[in-house]
Design a protein around this ligand. Structure first.
Ligand SMILES: C[S@@+](CC[C@H](N)C(=O)[O-])C[C@H]1O[C@@H](n2cnc3c(N)ncnc32)[C@H](O)[C@@H]1O
Length: 438
């Protein structure tokens, strides 16, 4: 492998990665970007593609281990295998002439990372647009929807496994068999631990099962490459490396980034797992009110009486529970300062603006310096602040639809909505200069 180039050094499906990366920026639900803002976070499809392509060899390189080429054939199909998902394009999209892509191992790897869907290719020919979620084929590694697709993610893990362990001289079938064995032992150890009721109490049984799980994870990770991102920021690279089954490390000089990395890469792996609580323990930890909210389908009954509860994700349950608790306690302490409106809705955010004063001596209206009035301006949802006057006082109501109001600030000058007078930018600036008493 030493003299063999990595896939990333020779080819990458750039257009496909770009297409899914643009989509990645608008995904909210379940995306790490919603956990905490990080300004320079790289799109997840790029990170998944880059980590994968840095860890596998170029199959067309003469020094590429045969075991890896065989793994590509076993996992991604081979030439003349018509109708298969990783068959290279008959005509490469975005090229003017009919441009057939050769059906070889390298191109199959590229198609595995990201391949445009048939729907997109057809629409492109017809000059029609395709929704971003349908741009890539459902079998592409980097597609958002495949982030937890064990079948597809495991193909990537297996390819990395074979590449990393090919120096042992074992053939592909044996290496893949080993992968299954190590992978299954993690699953078995996880199941054994997660099925143990009240596993939050460190009994001898729980400690032993945790140790077995730790060992099986370490044995698996010892056979996978280590990925270290010394400037990991929002954690996109360590997250994708961990998803691909690698021993993954992140580091950052900024403590906020460090906490983001712990919360998005480490804690979900450690704590985001199922747990079963006996009723007694659940009541001790979360109280009767929480028990009353539990859905029947999560309860375990004995002789018609609920005796325990299965929680599918301990971390999300507890984050939800403690967040509500914090909210209730905060509400009790300072809720009176945030009164509800006539419909009972509490404010969740305040919109703040500087106030400028109209320079017309007979007006002097106080005007919030808003550049525009939209609170939400998306193609499918538009909500805006609609100003109205109460004598010289400017008040607002919230309306839906396209905002018909002209902006008050034009070329940095302020047009008074009460009298129409223009207050220049220089006059406005003077209003914000603190006048010292000397
Ligand atoms: C461009 S960001 C990385 C973004 C990251 N790839 C992601 O997807 O979120 C660069 C990061 O390097 C960190 N950094 C800068 N100097 C550093 C240093 N000397 N040691 C560790 N981290 C450093 C910054 O705090 C910043 O988070």
């Amino acid at each position: 492998m030493q003299n063999c180039k990595k896939l990333i050094e020779v080819a990458m499906p750039i257009k496909e990665i770009s297409a899914e990366s643009v989509r990645d920026k608008s995904i909210r639900h379940g995306h790490i970007s919603t956990l905490h803002l990080w300004w320079a976070r790289r799109p997840l499809p790029v990170c998944r593609a880059v980590v994968f392509a840095s860890l596998v060899p170029d199959p067309l390189d003469e020094n590429c281990p045969q075991a890896f080429r065989d793994a590509v054939e076993i996992l991604l199909g081979k030439a003349n295998n018509v109708g298969d998902p990783y068959k290279p394009y008959d005509d490469i999209p975005y090229t003017a002439a009919i441009d057939k892509m050769e059906d070889n191992h390298r191109n199959r790897l590229l198609m595995f990372i990201g391949k445009f869907s048939e729907r997109f290719i057809l629409n492109e020919k017809l000059g029609k647009k395709t929704k971003s979620k349908f741009l890539l084929s459902d079998t592409s590694l980097i597609k958002w929807d495949n982030k937890n697709n064990e079948k597809i993610i495991n193909k990537a893990r297996k390819l990395i496994w074979v590449a990393y362990n090919s120096s042992t001289g074992l053939d592909t079938k044996t290496l893949l068999h080993q992968f299954e064995k190590y992978y299954q032992s993690i699953k078995d150890a996880e199941n054994a631990l997660h099925e143990t009721p009240d596993r939050h109490i460190k009994t001898d049984e729980v400690i032993l099962k945790e140790k077995v799980l730790d060992n099986s994870i370490n044995e698996f990770l010892d056979k996978m490459p280590k990925v270290f991102d010394p400037f990991a920021g929002g954690g996109a690279i360590p997250l994708e490396a961990a998803r691909l089954g690698c021993r993954s490390y992140g580091n950052d000089i900024n403590p906020v980034a460090h906490i983001i990395q712990k919360c998005s890469v480490e804690f979900p792996q450690k704590f985001g797992k199922p747990i079963t609580y006996s009723k007694i323990e659940f009541l001790k930890l979360f109280g009767q009110d929480e028990w009353n909210k539990v859905k029947n389908e999560n309860l375990v009954f004995e002789n018609g009486i609920a005796v325990s509860i299965n929680i599918t994700n301990r971390l999300s349950f507890e984050v939800g529970y403690f967040a509500k608790k914090l909210l209730t306690e905060t509400e009790n302490e300072i809720g009176q300062f945030y009164p509800a409106n006539e419909r009972g809705n509490k404010p969740i955010a305040y919109y703040w603006a500087y106030i400028g004063q109209c320079t017309n001596p007979s007006c002097h209206a106080e005007i919030p310096l808003l550049r525009q009035f939209y609170l939400c301006n998306k193609p499918d949802k538009k909500v805006y602040l609609s100003p109205f006057l109460n004598n010289k006082e400017i008040l607002f109501e919230i309306k839906e639809g396209i905002c018909p109001i002209d902006n008050w600030i034009k070329r940095k000058n302020l047009k008074c909505p009460v009298c129409g007078n223009i207050t220049s930018i220089d006059d406005l600036k003077w209003q914000f200069i603190i006048k010292l008493p000397f």
